[in-house]
Design a protein around this ligand. Structure first.
Ligand SMILES: NC(=O)c1ccc[n+]([C@@H]2O[C@H](COP(=O)([O-])OP(=O)(O)OC[C@H]3O[C@@H](n4cnc5c(N)ncnc54)[C@H](O)[C@@H]3O)[C@@H](O)[C@H]2O)c1
Length: 249
């Protein structure tokens, strides 16, 4: 068991990639706090984990709001006694071009996708520093943070921000023995913000299948575990080789 005795927060743990990360962490011995704005989703995943003998609890938190993030961190600490791991997994997308994206769309996507990880990182770091135990954080970024896309503008900008937020957090939290890294998936079967698996979604990677939530979860597990104690400020692509291809050649 790679996470025995650890307490982990997974934001957006109520479905898809966050759900898989939560369940994998529990199978490795962690207690998991699922922070999701959608109560039904968080409760469902927590109940499924508990039904199988694992330890988990759901907390209703909007990660884009500072007061909410701070309260969520306090509630998790009260419930589980400490926090060892944070996975910033929540994101929303605009799915719009620069010509269509409104100022409100831009602000909403930035607040959730970039400000959310900043707020959660800040309050969890304060708790870890108070504990004096160190810790590990992973921000879920995206290949979208490295490339232009035809139909997203705020999302790709926010994800670029997540990449460098990760480096800044790593630089500033190293002195407290808090490691921070990111994982960048490419298209999963279910696009961000959607429940259903989209079988028509074109797959352009080298492995010719969509990334599965478990592919992402395994990379996150590696980064928060003791297998990665010297990995810091790094980004791991879990993208089937998309970033390895020069589409112009
Ligand atoms: N799905 C993909 O194809 C894909 C590709 C690359 C990267 N990613 C990244 O992986 C991560 C997870 O993506 P997903 O597709 O599983 O997402 P999803 O939309 O399926 O799930 C996100 C969860 O976050 C919750 N949530 C949304 N806004 C919130 C808020 N403000 N506060 C708290 N909870 C909130 C939702 O209720 C939902 O349960 C994201 O960071 C995404 O950008 C996904």
């Amino acid at each position: 068991m790679k996470l025995k005795g650890k307490v982990a927060i997974v934001t957006g743990g109520g479905r898809n990639i966050g759900e898989e990360i939560s369940k994998l962490f529990v199978s490795e011995g962690a207690k998991v706090a699922i922070l999701d704005m959608d109560k039904a989703r968080g409760d469902k995943v927590a109940a499924e984990i508990v039904a199988k003998g694992g330890e988990a609890a759901a907390f209703v938190v909007d990660v884009s709001k500072g007061a909410d993030a701070e309260r969520g961190v306090a509630e998790v600490t009260k419930r589980f006694g400490k926090i060892d791991i944070l996975v910033n997994n929540v994101a929303i997308s605009d799915n719009k071009t620069i010509l269509e994206c409104t100022e409100e769309d831009w602000d909403r996507v930035m607040n959730v996708t970039l400000k959310g990880p900043f707020l959660m990182g800040k309050y969890v770091a304060k708790q870890m520093i108070a504990q004096g135990t160190g810790g590990a954080m992973v921000n879920i970024a995206s290949t979208s943070g490295f490339r232009g896309r035809p139909r997203a503008i705020a999302y790709i900008s926010a994800k670029s921000g997540v990449i460098n937020l990760t480096r800044g957090m790593a630089v500033q939290l190293a002195q407290y023995n808090i490691r921070v890294n990111s994982v960048s998936p490419n298209k999963a079967g279910s696009p961000v913000g959607r429940d259903e698996f989209n079988t028509d979604r074109p797959i352009t990677n080298l492995l010719k299948r969509p990334v599965e939530p478990l592919d992402v979860a395994k990379a996150v597990l590696f980064l928060v575990s003791d297998d990665a104690t010297f990995v810091m400020g790094e980004n791991i692509f879990v993208d089937g080789g998309v970033m390895a291809v020069d589409i112009a050649s």
